[in-house]
Design a protein around this ligand. Structure first.
Ligand SMILES: Cc1cc2nc3c(=O)[nH]c(=O)nc-3n(C[C@H](O)[C@H](O)[C@H](O)COP(=O)(O)O)c2cc1C
Ligand code: SF4
Length: 505
């Protein structure tokens, strides 16, 4: 009998380790032959710990399961959710990047291969660097870390650079509020990231890779380090990748907890052991990156999507999506919401469908007031904008951004002036200090919003001017994009800024 219990840290936080332990000891006490497999999470966080039991070849789900439920589970008396694949939240998805997450044992390389793993790398080995880069370009893949920059163009720049050493750096700093997709990949399907990095290395001619992984993800660090060891032992990494005669190896480096170290140049400084401060561009990291050498810096999701592009072909991937937003996006649903978790779908789904149908509206049952998409630098969107399709250009037109696709939902009890203040405060705390509009502007922004809260309506004009200065004058997107949440809160929810005045009078 096979039983799956997630090792994902969200499931563990909800008691998955205790459940796995209880299943093992109860099965031993009953003399049952039970194999407990620790999988990644299926991404339905409200059902965690989600336990799956194989019945007639079908994985039947139970959840949330507690250690006390285990005797009933083994007696077959616990109410089931039916086949996990058929749970509507899961069944509605198009899983390409996340196809194996929750399905396989993350550290079992044979299981990985049995589910399509390494097919992409094997195909890439038979291709030239230029052909590999062309395949990525034709897939339409755009960076999933924030800026949505075409991955193929970035790789092509590194491919064309002359150097004795090139690098692949994976950005696993995942600092955006409400995001967890990178973590889920690293904990649930780490070989996909390793395979993606190896393909990138073969493509651009880089022989070394680094994953810059945030210290707040201790479980992901352990899984990734073990996966790298196993990949090396199996010849997937090393001097002769899968017998190709070409070398690529990589290691995990742990960050120290600064949001700005997710910005690629700041990350490179940190990776070199320096203070995590933003570098002026040019030079682009693609030409002078890690240790001054040509470097591909890509997000976890961008790199972990590469294997499926090579396994199924660029045209297959590009066949999903909307306009210039090709393929699928692993959307992370969080905040005041009924069904939170990971939902991978082709670009194009209207925001309202995602919030009201997929996520089931607010957990509180109150009306949705605002949705912040794209982390702490993303705009607050109003329910009037719910027909906006999930796509880079479409969100841009609506004054928002997709970023790393974190979707955080707020009900009508949220005070948007407080949220605007929080955005400025966050920027003030996390600013690297290199440029004045951000370092000083964010502090002044907090003070100005406090004046508005105290009833000084004249400060609204000042806040607007300040936001314009930060937007135009900041060196990186931390200072440059903080005005988006602030100004969208002011634009869409003016009552929250005026009400403060009434309260003060
Ligand atoms: C303040 C700030 C924080 C960022 N944090 C992250 C992050 O945590 N993860 C990430 O992949 N990209 C982050 N980015 C974007 C990176 O600078 C860069 O665009 C990205 O790593 C490139 O990879 P991609 O093309 O695959 O998206 C951040 C940018 C800024 C300005
Ligand atoms: S905008 Fe802020 S974080 Fe970015 S370089 Fe300037 S001071 Fe540093």
């Amino acid at each position: 009998m096979k039983i799956w219990v997630p090792l994902d840290s969200a499931a563990k936080a909800l008691g998955a380790d205790e459940v796995a332990g209880a299943i093992a000891s109860e099965a031993a006490a009953r003399g049952l032959d039970v194999q407990v497999i620790r999988n990644g999470s299926r991404g339905m966080i409200w059902l965690e710990p989600l336990v799956e039991v194989e019945q007639d070849g079908v994985r039947v789900g139970y959840g949330p399961v507690s250690a006390e439920d285990v005797p009933a589970l083994l007696d077959g008396k616990l109410a089931s959710l039916g086949p996990v694949d058929a749970i509507p939240f899961y069944a509605k998805q198009t899983r390409l990047t996340f196809a194996r997450v929750g399905v396989i044992d993350p550290l079992d390389l044979a299981d990985y291969e049995a589910h399509g793993g390494l097919a992409g790398l094997r195909r890439a080995i038979a291709m030239s660097g230029a052909e590999i880069v062309k395949e990525v370009t034709e897939s339409g893949l755009r960076g999933r870390g924030g800026a949505g920059f075409p991955t193929g163009i970035k790789w092509n720049t590194v491919l064309g650079a002359e150097a004795d050493q090139k690098y692949i750096v994976c950005n696993a700093d995942e600092g955006d509020s409400g995001t967890f997709a990178d973590r889920m990949v690293m904990e649930g399907d780490p070989f996909s990231l390793i395979e993606g990095m190896a393909i990138a290395g073969l493509g651009v001619g880089a022989t070394r890779g680094y994953v810059y992984l945030r210290s707040e993800y201790p479980d992901a660090i352990v899984v990734m380090e073990e996966a790298v060891r196993r990949a090396r032992a199996a010849g997937v990494l090393g001097t002769d990748v899968l017998g190709s005669g070409k070398g690529f190896d990589m290691e995990i480096r742990v960050g120290a907890g600064a949001y700005v170290c997710g910005e690629e140049t700041s990350l490179l400084n940190s990776l070199e052991g320096k203070r995590g401060i933003v570098r002026a561009k040019p030079p682009l990291p693609a030409l002078e990156g890690f240790l001054g050498k040509p470097t591909v810096v890509n997000n976890v999701l961008s790199l972990a999507t590469v294997p499926v592009i090579f396994e199924k072909g660029a045209a297959h991937y590009a066949g999903f999506g909307l306009g210039r937003s090709k393929g699928t996006m692993p959307i992370q649903i969080a905040g005041n919401v009924k069904f939170g978790g990971l939902f991978e779908t082709a670009f194009g789904m209207p925001l309202g469908e995602l919030v009201n149908e997929v996520a089931g509206g607010t957990a509180s049952g109150r009306p949705v007031k605002a949705v912040q998409v794209g982390g702490p630098l993303g705009a607050y969107l109003h329910p009037d904008q719910f027909d906006t399709p999930f796509g880079y250009e479409e969100f841009d037109k609506a004054g928002g951004l997709i970023g790393h696709a974190g979707v955080v939902i707020f009900d009508d009890s949220a005070d948007m002036l407080k949220m605007a203040r929080f955005a400025m405060e966050f920027c003030a705390v996390e600013s690297c200090g290199k440029c004045t509009p951000c370092r000083i502007g964010a502090v002044r922004g907090v003070e100005t919003i406090d004046r508005i809260a105290e009833g000084d309506a004249s400060a609204i004009g000042l806040l607007t001017d300040l936001c314009e200065t930060m937007k135009e004058g900041s060196l990186c997107a931390l200072g440059g994009f903080t005005p988006f949440p602030v100004m969208s809160a002011l634009r869409h929810f003016p009552d929250d800024f005026a009400r403060q005045k009434e309260a003060a009078e």
